[in-house]
Design a protein around this ligand. Structure first.
Ligand SMILES: [Zn+2]
Length: 86
């Protein structure tokens, strides 16, 4: 009997490497599709909730994945004005 490959759903369509302004660590920027957003998160850019079913971004420090943060797409796009580089 042939081995079946486990079915994989690719929830992270595009992955980019970015600098996380909060941790200062090199991080992966992953897009979360609306159907994959099943929890409510607090966006560190505006301290507002990201509701389930909202497409957004998650920033995952490569060296410290437990400190990933979920961001509104627009807040992440404006992060350099909210968190100016020193
Ligand atoms: Zn936000």
């Amino acid at each position: 009997m042939a081995k079946k490959r486990p079915m994989r759903v690719n929830l992270f369509s595009k992955v980019k490497l970015v600098d996380d302004p909060l941790s200062g660590l090199l991080s992966e920027e992953r897009q979360i599709q609306p159907f994959a957003a099943t929890k409510t998160y607090i966006c560190p850019g505006c301290n507002q909730e990201i509701w389930p079913g909202t497409g957004h971004l998650v920033i995952v420090p490569i060296a410290d994945p437990n400190h990933r943060r979920h961001w509104h797409t627009s807040c992440w796009a404006n992060r350099n004005t909210r968190f100016p580089k020193s």
